[in-house]
Ligand binder design. Structure first.
Ligand code: IMP
Length: 527
């Protein structure tokens, strides 16, 4: 090229004299120009990289007093979070919120299982009775692919241990009517409840057995340790644990009715750390009373996350009542028809930005909830001020979500439904009114016609969250690296100082940003 150019060495000096590229968050969110924005409407501009992605720190507060190492939270939905999801989310550095579409006792049992969980021990093993037949054992083996079952007096956990049935015991037996009592091994090596994982592993190694039942003082089976698990046992350096007890952090949802106070008492008794008041429109006198009641009754024993809200005006009421965290989002969830039916709601990006900016003055963290579809959305939600993201559909259909897989048109699927769908509200049949948290979230006592706010459907098998959540984590770290920030804290400071810049995407730009122009392709997200 020829011509009169400036000296290339002055590029940085010249840049300083020019208007900055992109928009500040405040300019991006200008309501006069933008209306409500959601994640696909904008991009974050890349920054400067002088560090590796694995050094990016993603530690955040989920609520005023709970700090976690990854910003991931699973939704309190009955097709997303029960014991297994809550345990695994906590092991991977996030938090699972146990749903309340069940009786208070069932929910308290789930809390207890999460708090009692110790990595390596199977705290809910499949247990059989001496009366179980070989045919039934074959069916269990097919279903769970296990090779050994503890045998107890009444075929349940916490019942007297009588023996163990392993593959070897049934190898050459072909009569499906044979009773387990005739086959089981009764000479057992066991460990006492309270044994550490290290000690139990040692016993298992020395015994050369495949399984080690854990018993209490009455010789009742309370857990199991398996040699095959021992081999694949991983450490969970990011796990969300209480500092002293080392127990996993456990959160659960409740409603705002008087009987929810009794429910909460049971949950706290079981060891609950964080309660989420589950309401689609959280700015109500019921919720404010509930927050005040919890604060007066339990003080700092548990944190209260209130919501859902989408405006500062709603948020201010809940913060003033004492909320330790806010759940933000209305009508943006994948299974949600609230905006269509109720005509209320707000695009999640705008809602998160407005509320997070307001709430940070009071030290109240915000959860972006509903509509998180990919890693990019997570990075954007955090950039707009959310401390954590709550996910329903992204985590549904995993091995840890409740429900069985089924096949439809050649695809392996799991059920996934909105908690405001008629399907979820009718759970429990005629007794649903007493049991259903979902009914409380979406209806008042006097409603004679149920107006659904959600749909019921299915999602494809996503494998285990033990692979999926680390993928989300690594993807987030890479996103932050591209933006040029070393932590979520730096990201948010950069946004509030207008150093991190944004740009809106036109419809054409959105198409350009997706895969295009191919005849066909396979979208594999991680390996
Ligand atoms: P997703 O991550 O897009 O699937 O959204 C999950 C979120 O949708 C949940 O955390 C709830 O806030 C919300 N939600 C759950 N069930 C319903 C419903 O039936 N109607 C509206 N919103 C729902």
């Amino acid at each position: 090229m020829s011509g009169n150019f400036l000296d290339y060495k002055t590029a940085l000096e010249v840049l300083k004299t020019e208007v900055r590229d992109g928009l500040s968050a405040e300019e991006l969110m200008d309501p006069q120009i933008s209306g409500g924005l959601t994640f696909n409407d904008f991009l974050i501009l890349p920054g400067f990289i002088d560090f590796s992605a694995d050094k990016v720190d993603c530690e955040v507060n989920i609520s005023r007093n709970f700090r976690i190492k990854t910003p991931f939270v699973s939704s309190p939905m009955d097709t997303v979070t029960e014991t297994s999801m809550a345990i695994n989310m906590a092991l991977l550095g996030g938090v699972g919120v146990l749903h309340n579409n069940c009786s208070a006792d069932e929910q308290a049992d789930m809390v207890r299982s999460v708090k009692k969980f110790e990595n390596g021990f199977i705290t809910d093993p499949i247990v059989i009775s001496p009366e179980t037949t070989l045919g039934e054992v074959w069916a269990l083996k097919d279903k769970y692919a296990f090779s050994g079952f503890p045998v107890t007096e009444d075929g349940k956990l916490n019942s007297k241990l009588l023996g163990i049935l392993t593959s070897r015991d049934i190898q050459f037996i072909y009569d499906s009517e044979t009773k387990v009592s005739d086959l089981m091994t009764c000479e057992l090596v066991v460990a006492q409840e309270g044994v550490t994982l290290e000690e139990a592993n040692q016993i298992l190694r020395e015994s050369k057995k495949g399984k080690l039942p854990i018993v209490n003082g009455n010789y009742e089976c309370v857990a199991l340790l398996s040699r095959s698990d021992l081999l694949k046992n991983r450490n969970f350096p990011l796990a969300s644990k209480r500092p002293h007890s080392k127990q996993l952090v456990c959160a659960a949802a409740i409603g705002t009715r008087p009987d929810d106070r009794e429910r909460l008492a049971k949950l706290v008794d079981a060891g609950l750390d964080i309660v989420i008041i589950d309401s689609s429109q959280g700015n109500s006198s019921y919720q404010i009373e509930m927050i005040k009641y919890i604060k007066e009754t339990y003080g700092n024993r548990i944190d209260v996350i209130a919501g859902n809200v989408v405006t500062r005006e709603q948020a201010a009421n809940l913060i003033a009542a004492g909320a330790d965290g806010l759940r933000v989002g209305m009508g943006s969830g994948s299974i949600c028809i609230t905006q269509e039916v109720m005509a209320v709601g707000r695009p999640l990006g705008t809602a998160v930005y407005r509320i997070a900016k307001f709430a940070r003055q009071f030290g109240v963290p915000v959860i972006a909830d509903g509509g998180i579809q990919n890693v990019g959305h997570i990075t954007k939600a955090l950039a707009l001020g959310a401390s954590t993201v709550m996910m329903g559909s992204l985590l549904a259909g995993t091995a840890e979500s409740p429900g069985e897989y089924f096949y439809h048109e050649g695809k392996r699927l799991k059920k996934f439904r909105g908690m405001g769908s008629l399907d979820a509200m009718e759970k429990g049949g005629p007794n649903a009114k007493e049991n259903s948290g979902s009914m409380k979230r979406y209806f008042s006592e006097s409603d004679s016609i149920k107006v659904a706010q959600g749909v019921a459907g299915a999602v494809v098998d996503k494998g285990s969250i033990r692979k999926f959540v680390p993928y989300l984590f690594a993807g987030l770290q890479h996103g932050l690296q591209d933006i040029g920030v070393r932590s979520i804290k730096d990201l948010q400071e950069g946004v509030y100082n207008s150093v991190v810049r944004f740009e809106k995407r036109t419809a054409a730009a959105q198409l350009e940003g997706g895969v295009h122009g191919l005849h066909s392709y396979e979208k594999r997200l991680f390996s």
